[in-house]
Design a protein around this ligand. Structure first.
Ligand SMILES: *Cc1c(COP(=O)(O)O)cnc(C)c1O
Length: 398
């Protein structure tokens, strides 16, 4: 095995997974791991879910791709289903989260131009993550990800997250056409927006005629215990992006729109060769059906509570643990020091997870985990954290 001919965009762990079942993974050496990452919030149904496997296999035997130059009945069914769950009017399907946000950004700009705004601007957040294409990278609030790729795209105004006043101060700018934000910032370190803040941003967007665009790429499709995390605030966005969990592992993204936003694109404005093909659409349909029929929303909420509570008890009073936070199965453990080393240490303990924003251990287990598995995540992680904190040194002054 050699990676000599791969561009060095990743520094992967020295483990390769050969198969999985439910919340468990086996590497090529036959070692077994509990999966608390789900391929970065992708494999909500866990691995080798029978309904998903059958749906994909059956569809592959019929037709995999025909292009969007023809009607795609599977895509039409998925659009109806996902719009119904979200209270949205229509959807554009693509292949990733970045593409879903590209679609949202283009939609907001076109909406602005259609209303006579010559150089439309979108309000975005510090610590936001929207993808790695040039427009979504420009919208992303990570200097580390942006460095070296300048010139970035203009048309974004950045404000601190969870700070209504900062958005209100931009209300005087006539160029603003939309606000783009995550309900819980995932890559940024599991930062949870106040529900009141979200309601107030919704009201401000209504008052100003701005589009509220919510990036649910990581937090959507049941991850927080509701279909979409913004539903905790009882609001509905004008535009919403989805990807990660939507296809349970096949590449699919979606940009959903409602009201005036749903009328912006006309034929020729936007497109994709692969997006929303029959294979990925049936995977999306199977995902939504399984989540509904297996009660996975309630399960995600309950299991998330068990993991958070368990970690708070197991790590209570541990110097170096700053905060344990999250909603449903989107959970972060913030330490007082950089902790990338937690990843290989956890792998050695048979637990798959990752670290984001340098100091935040991130848990995104499949929505199908049961109570024993939720407790097992805590049982495997807590001693790894304690040993790491004991054997490493706190970052100066942090
Ligand atoms: C992962 C992520 C993206 C980017 O999705 P890709 O499929 O990697 O392009 C965008 N927004 C959020 C909130 C994400 O978590």
């Amino acid at each position: 095995m050699t990676a000599a001919h791969l561009m060095k965009t990743y520094a992967p762990q020295a483990v390769a997974f050969a198969r999985g079942e439910g919340a468990w993974l086996w590497d090529t050496e036959g070692n077994r791991y509990l999966d608390a990452l789900a391929g970065i919030a992708v494999n909500g149904l866990g691995h080798a879910h029978p309904r998903l496997v059958k749906a994909i296999a059956d569809q592959a035997a019929k037709i995999i791709h025909a292009s969007n130059l023809f009607r795609v009945p599977e895509q039409e069914r998925l659009a109806e289903r996902v719009c119904g769950l979200a209270g949205m009017d229509n959807a554009f399907f693509c292949n990733s989260g970045a593409e879903a946000n590209e679609c949202a950004i283009k939609l907001a700009r076109l909406h602005g131009h259609q209303r006579g705004v010559e150089s439309p601007a979108i309000i975005v957040m510090e610590k936001a993550w929207h993808g790695r294409t040039l427009a979504t990278l420009s919208a992303t609030g990570s200097r580390k990800a942006q460095a070296g790729f300048e010139p970035l795209m203009g048309g974004f105004l950045r404000v601190p997250y969870n700070d209504l006043g900062a958005i209100e101060r931009l209300a005087v700018q006539p160029a603003v056409v939309a606000v783009l934000l995550e309900v819980l910032q995932g890559e940024g370190g599991i930062h949870v927006a106040d529900l009141d803040y979200l309601r107030q941003v919704r009201a401000l967007c209504d008052a100003r005629g701005w589009l509220l665009m919510i990036d649910e790429v990581q937090s959507g499709i049941g991850r927080t215990g509701k279909w979409f995390a913004h539903q905790w605030a009882g609001i509905v966005p004008d535009v919403m992006s989805l990807a990660k969990g939507l296809g349970s592992g096949v590449p699919i993204g979606a940009c959903l729109a409602r009201g005036a936003a749903a009328q912006v694109f006309k034929p020729g404005n936007h497109g994709t060769t692969f997006g929303g093909g029959p294979l990925v659409s049936v995977a999306g349909l199977a995902t939504l059906e399984a989540i509904e029929q297996e009660g996975l929303l309630a399960n995600a909420e309950r299991m998330g509570g068990i993991v958070i509570q368990g970690l708070r008890e197991a790590l209570a009073g541990t110097a170096g643990v700053k905060e344990i936070r999250g909603r449903g199965l989107m959970i972060g453990v913030e330490l007082d020091r950089p902790c990338a080393e937690i990843v290989p240490r956890s792998l050695a303990a048979g637990l798959v997870l990752n670290v984001t924003a340098e100091r935040v251990i991130r848990l995104l287990p499949p929505l199908v985990i049961d109570e024993a598995e939720a407790r097992e995540i805590v049982a495997r992680l807590a001693p790894v954290v304690t040993a790491f904190l004991r054997e490493s040194h706190a970052a100066g002054g942090a």
